[in-house]
Design a protein around this ligand. Structure first.
Ligand code: GLC
Length: 783
């Protein structure tokens, strides 16, 4: 193709100016208040302002008529009864809560949001809200010199998105996933701005194709959509953590995942037969390499028909699933949305007879090509269809399946546009509208259908769902893997900022295909990637058809031993990780975090791409390039202890750290604790001994951590069956004081006590645990 050669940059192809002319909202004509909604009628549009809490303001603008306030596909909460104080002076209307102020200029109509102290969050200037005759809507905001941008869901490139322009349009991109590949599979039209240590957030709840532009101008950024209303929320922060809590107040949080889903997953496109899967499972057990899940990719099906098994390849799936469960391993099958057009296939028959598929306005079914050939697509925007699809999962859950993998749900279609015809008319629970408007929520709604169906069928057990496509709020139903990456070191590098930004976008349970999906991996890359994977929230090794096999033993004993050590470490760290997943479920805070989240005052963290934190006190600094055994590590304020060597490093400095292939540097902050369990065996993964490792410090600081445990697989925690233990550590020059604070819940774990182990105690320091003097490593906290 000529376009793939230098012809693409032929001088004759120079772009002509495409300056876009927007129509400004104009002046305010009328202002009125109805209940807690503040309404503004302007020359060219109607605006409503609402306060969801004191810290969350919503602005909605409809250029064509009445504002619509209840069309969100993801915000299910209503505004609190927050009454803003109104003040009027000349050309200005002020709406004030205890945390936010909206300063509204009448002519032209402009909104500036500040915090209660007057610190500017988002401000309009020469330009504000605008629209075009073709239906496009846009908002322009002033950009400050020191604004840094994060979030935007699943994007390639670096952590700080200043200077970037992104589009939201769920897209199946097989290749190449490089810094300019955009959009990818997920659309999360949300970002957080960090400026001089303080943060605020903006969520643009518009499901059309949207664009966020922090690139084209030096003093303005903008967000725009191909259609619909301007509908955005400003979250006051002021800490990055507060922004995330506020954002997840709106879009929801992830329920605590089943513990097994936090373990190691092994996948391949495809393990093609029952014999192959059994052999794979035996390999893990015999080699004592932990594995919780084996995924079945599309070859398990009969001609890629969802809700079927190929009886030749998988003669007895029930038995396979039961036998593997005995070994401590679960099966997670893939389910794509495309239903094969085949009049002899019951799912297709039902879909047609019960009117479950997407159609054009004229009534014809939409068909697209995917793995099974010509296929129809369920209209997940209709509650009836979601229910039907959910119920179909009894096919799997009756066999003992507790987890499903949703793929191709952008939806991906093998055609020029890569997706469904945007003219398809969705039912949208009674408000029919086109695929152009609902494309970005198709995957989210498939996830909802699947999760809710499985939850119903699993009678009290927690379902696990993995998805490729989603929209803001996807965390309520699914964990997300980052699609078809490649076995390149660059993709290992890029996965860190991508997963961190997903975490900052409210999705805490994510990870890339470890080892890389396409292209052949190699021993060193797989080993380094497995080390990182042991600490990324979602941990799955997956590879494509026709690539070399990349199970942990494929490259010989030396590499196998290192990977085994790290996969086992994942399980040793499970008490810590599980406690962090619990925290994510109640506050929305991600498990894997960029350093800026904990150290927002420290500018060195603002675009730190090759290190990440687990919780608030552990820094992981992996090796991300071949043949490298030394790397620079930036450690922020505090003193830091390297996990395997015990060496102590000063904060606010960059250190050169040595790490042979068998090591990945991990740093724990002095004065804090890490909960550790043990690896037992694949059959029995429940730790019987739990340790609280306290890293002695002397700064005088107080550290608090909440340890959490429960049965790991049911919803009984909702009825009080959990163990929540607040822990406080105060480190001073002469004493380390440890206190178990409030204990909540009535869950009885397999262990009766927690061993307390103080690391790095000075001679001058004594240890007091729950009021009793201890020698530091002989104490136990009883449960
Ligand atoms: C898509 C998925 C990949 C899967 C393949 C076959 O490319 O992203 O993970 O293995 O389809 O189902």
């Amino acid at each position: 193709m000529l376009e793939d050669t230098s012809f693409a940059i032929h001088p004759g192809k120079e772009k002509q100016s495409t300056a876009v002319v927007y129509r400004d909202i104009g002046n305010l004509l009328e202002y009125k208040k109805s209940n807690n909604t503040y309404m503004f009628i302007c020359d060219n549009g109607n605006v409503a302002v609402q306060f969801y809490t004191d810290s969350i303001a919503r602005v909605v603008m409809n250029p064509h008529g009445e504002v619509q306030l209840d069309r969100s596909h993801t915000v299910k909460v209503s505004p609190d009864e927050v009454k803003a104080m109104e003040e009027f002076s000349g050309d200005i209307i002020l709406l004030k809560t205890s945390k936010l102020q909206l300063r509204i200029e009448k002519s032209p109509f402009r909104i500036t949001v500040t915090d209660a102290e007057g610190r500017m969050l988002v401000a309009e200037g020469n330009r504000g809200m605008a629209y075009r005759e073709n239906g496009e809507v846009a908002v322009f905001k002033k950009m400050q010199e020191n604004d840094h941008f994060y979030g935007f869901g699943e994007k390639s490139g670096f952590l700080d998105k200043r200077g970037e322009k992104y589009e939201m349009w769920n897209t199946d991109v097989y290749a190449p996933h490089n810094p300019e590949t955009d959009p990818l599979y997920e659309s999360i039209p949300y970002f957080m701005t960090l400026r001089e240590g303080k943060a605020h957030g903006v969520f643009f709840d518009n499901t059309f194709r949207t664009v966020f532009d922090m690139k084209s101008e030096s003093d303005y950024y903008s967000f725009s959509a191909e259609g619909g209303q301007i509908d955005y929320y400003v979250m006051a922060g002021p800490e990055p953590k507060a922004v995330l809590e506020q954002y997840t107040d709106l879009t929801g949080r992830m329920p605590i995942p089943p513990k097994w889903a936090l373990g190691y997953h092994q996948s391949r496109y495809s393990y093609e037969t029952e014999a192959e899967v059994r052999e794979l499972a035996r390999n893990f057990v015999n080699r004592d390499i932990p594995v919780d899940v084996i995924h079945l990719d599309i070859h398990y099906m009969n001609g890629y028909r969802v809700f079927t098994f190929d009886k030749e390849r998988f003669p007895n799936p029930e038995k396979l699933i039961a036998d593997l469960k005995e070994m401590g391993i679960r099966i997670v099958p893939i389910v794509d949305p495309g239903v094969k057009k085949d009049p002899e296939y019951t799912i297709y028959q039902e879909g047609v007879n019960q009117d479950q598929f997407c159609k054009y306005i004229e009534g014809e079914t939409y068909f697209g090509e995917v793995w099974p050939g010509t296929s129809a697509f369920p209209d997940f925007t209709d509650e009836k269809v979601r229910k039907w699809w959910g119920e179909k999962h009894a096919f799997y859950t009756d066999m003992g399946v507790e987890g499903i993998w949703n793929d191709m749900n952008e939806p991906a279609v093998f055609n020029e546009t890569k997706t469904m015809d945007v003219e398809v008319m969705h039912r949208n629970d009674g408000n029919p509208t086109t695929h152009r408007e609902l494309h970005n929520v198709y995957g989210l709604l498939m996830g909802q259908a699947t999760y809710e169906g499985m939850k119903e069928q699993l009678s009290g057990k927690r379902p696990f769902l993995l998805t490729r496509a989603g929209y803001a709020g996807v965390q309520r139903y699914a964990s997300v893997w980052t699609g078809d990456n490649r076995s390149f070191w660059e993709h290992l590098q890029m996965s860190l900022p991508m997963v961190m930004n997903l975490g900052l976008s409210g999705v805490p349970f994510t990870g890339p295909d470890v080892g890389g999906f396409a292209h052949d991996t190699n021993a060193e890359l797989l080993t380094r990637w497995t080390q990182v994977g042991a600490f990324t929230p979602y941990f799955r090794n997956h590879s494509a058809l026709d690539t070399v096999n990349q199970e942990p033993w494929q490259f010989g004993k030396t590499y196998e031993a290192i990977m085994k050590k790290y996969i086992q470490m994942r399980y040793e760290w499970m008490p810590q990780l599980y406690s962090l997943f619990f925290q994510a479920s109640i506050s929305g805070l991600p498990v894997m975090r960029p350093l800026l989240m904990e150290f927002p005052e420290d500018e060195k963290t603002y675009n730190l791409n090759d290190q990440f934190m687990i919780g608030d006190n552990v820094i992981v600094a992996p090796i991300l390039a071949p043949a490298v055994t030394d790397r620079a590590v930036y450690l922020p304020k505090g003193e830091w202890v390297e996990f395997s060597t015990g060496e102590v490093y000063d904060g606010e400095k960059t250190h050169l750290i040595h790490a042979e292939l068998e090591n990945m540097p991990i740093f724990v902050k002095k004065g804090t604790t890490v909960m550790q369990g043990e690896w037992i065996s694949n059959k029995d993964k429940t730790a019987k001994n739990i340790q609280m490792n306290i890293y002695a410090g002397d700064s005088g600081e107080t550290y608090r951590f909440t340890y959490y445990d429960d049965d790991g697989e049911t919803f009984d925690y909702e009825k009080g069956s959990f163990l929540e233990l607040g822990i406080e550590v105060v480190s001073k020059a002469d004493v380390i004081e440890v206190r178990a604070l409030n204990k909540k819940g009535d869950f009885t774990p397999a262990y009766k006590e927690i061993d307390v182990n103080v690391i790095g105690l000075e001679k001058t320091q004594k240890v007091i645990i729950d009021g009793e003097i201890s020698r530091g490593n002989d104490h136990k906290i009883s449960i």
